[in-house]
Write a protein that binds this ligand. Structure first.
Ligand code: NDP
Ligand code: 2IT
Length: 447
């Protein structure tokens, strides 16, 4: 314990201003306590110091010209956190809140998530404080081209493979890939994932994170004698993860009654009409508010912090928007309203106090790095298909995804049980992932 405390204190001293990164590291490190206690040799290897320090962090200027001819400057990042089990792999986030702390927390989490997939991918993350909202297509394209003009020096299909995240979807990946191809003068399809189906993308990658979340939830519920059929579900966000989590939950017979965006949330007691949400979000790039105007019987509540959604009574809550969207107060409201399971589609959506509260109350909590790993796992399947110059059918990819999510659940359950922490899948995920990364790092020496 002494070593663990020492590492945590040093991390705080070194990264005092990086609250999200410290939060992610603290959650992982504290849950590794029983493992560290069993391995005093880790201290001499400075294993925990190395696992919490990125191998490389790149920060760069992204200048671009807007539609009015005005020059704009944003900040770009790529954090290459741990490459011991494969090329760095992780998404790009375009959101005004992006900073070094958020990039480092996401890259750190990604290492553990990617280890859980069982596929050969290391952990990284990148992005920019660029705000895509309200920008024209041409502005998005010019920004992506400028971003890639620097990023291309640091990535490659065997080096580092970015993909999408908040604010980066199929359109952005297309512009980024085009610029990479032009600069490299080579068709290296495996350098980015989440590509369009016409140029090397994988079937089911769009659906993968949301579907994977529900496959994980299905397994977690099954292990505890429950299932999804007939359950009432609330889902925060209405982006890529939220939409496909909703689709799969509905296929399993659950009733999704609420979704949201950063302006507010919709409530539809008759069950969300997903085709309407898809039209608003995927086609029109509009606001979720529109839903209430189009579907009778539904209501919309304006809410800047997006917390109102957690006041709606449900059996299952799926936070699929952003980090720290569930705090202790939200957790108490959810539990008081009878929630029985929480599935993290977003990265680190539940803060530390809320996690502790859920676990204390016996709520089944599916932790992000396990439950949302279906996206990156399918990205790795996209890389495999690119290497083979071949593509699998939707059913083939979806079946592999289902198998991967089932295995991830089993690995979390097994690791938790091994340390007498049954039903604590948060600790189980951290321990199972650490086991793989630490072994790979030790085998490769002090690097
Ligand atoms: P999208 O950009 O497609 O959608 C994001 C959704 O969350 C939007 O509805 C957005 O609302 C809302 N949102 C974003 N930021 C905030 C905020 N600060 N406050 C309130 N609402 C917010 O992103 P994804 O669906 O891809 O990502 C959602 C989450 O899932 C993120 O945490 C991401 O890291 C995680 N994730 C994504 C994966 C993927 O494959 N895409 C894989 C694994 C995890 P608005 O439009 O109003 O901003
Ligand atoms: O957080 C994540 O796992 C992602 N945004 C997906 C990363 C990827 O490389 O597909």
């Amino acid at each position: 314990m002494e070593y663990l405390n020492e590492v945590i204190e040093n991390l705080k001293a070194k990264n005092g201003h990086e609250s999200e990164f410290l939060q992610a590291a603290y959650e992982v490190l504290t849950s590794l306590k029983p493992v560290i206690d069993k391995h005093p040799e880790f201290k001499n290897m400075a294993l925990l110091e190395r696992i919490t320090e990125p191998e490389r962090l790149i920060m760069f200027r992204v200048p671009w010209v807007d539609d009015k001819g005005q020059v704009q400057v944003n900040r770009g990042f790529r954090v290459q956190f741990n490459g011991s089990i494969g090329p760095y792999k992780g998404g790009l986030r375009f959101h005004p809140s992006v900073n070094q702390s958020i990039m480092k927390f996401l890259a750190f989490e990604q290492c553990f998530k990617n280890a859980l997939t069982g596929l050969p991918i290391g952990g990284g993350k990148g992005g920019s404080d660029f705000n895509p909202k309200g920008k024209s297509d041409m502005e998005i394209m010019r920004f992506c081209q400028s971003f890639m003009s620097e990023l291309y020096k640091h990535i490659g299909q065997d080096v580092d493979v970015p993909a999408g995240d908040i604010g980066v979807g199929g359109r952005e990946i297309g512009y980024l890939f085009g610029q990479y191809r032009k600069l490299r003068n080579a068709y290296e399809a495996g350098v980015l994932t989440g590509k369009g189906l016409e140029y090397g993308g994988s079937l089911a990658r769009t659906e993968a994170t949301g579907y994977g979340l529900i496959y994980f939830m299905r397994e977690m519920l099954k292990a505890n004698g429950k299932d999804l059929a007939g359950k009432t579900v609330i889902i925060s966000g209405s982006g890529n993860v939220a939409i496909y989590a909703c689709e799969k939950a509905q296929q399993y017979g659950a009733k999704v009654v609420a979704m949201s965006d950063s302006n507010g949330c919709i409530y539809d007691p008759n069950g969300i009409k997903l085709d309407v949400v898809k039209q608003i979000k995927e086609v029109e790039r509009g606001r979720i508010k529109e839903y209430a105007a189009r579907v009778s019987g539904s209501t919309y509540t304006e809410d800047v912090n997006c917390r109102n959604i957690w006041k709606i009574k449900a059996d299952i809550a799926l936070p699929c928007a952003t980090q720290n969207e569930i705090n202790l107060e939200d957790a108490k409201t959810l539990v008081a309203n009878g929630v029985m399971a929480v599935g993290e589609g977003a990265n680190m959506p539940t803060n530390i106090e809320a996690i502790e509260y859920f676990l204390e109350k016996g709520i089944l909590l599916a932790p992000a790095k396990a439950a949302n790993a279906g996206g990156v796992a399918t990205s790795a399947l996209e890389m495999s298909q690119n290497s083979m110059r071949y593509s699998w059918t939707f059913e083939e990819v979806d079946k592999k995804l289902d198998g991967i999510m089932t295995n991830i659940f089993k690995a979390c359950e097994k690791a938790a049980n091994e340390y007498g922490l049954s039903q604590n899948y948060v600790a189980g995920a951290n321990i199972a992932a650490f086991d793989k990364i630490s072994k790979a790092m030790i085998a490769q020496g002090i690097i």
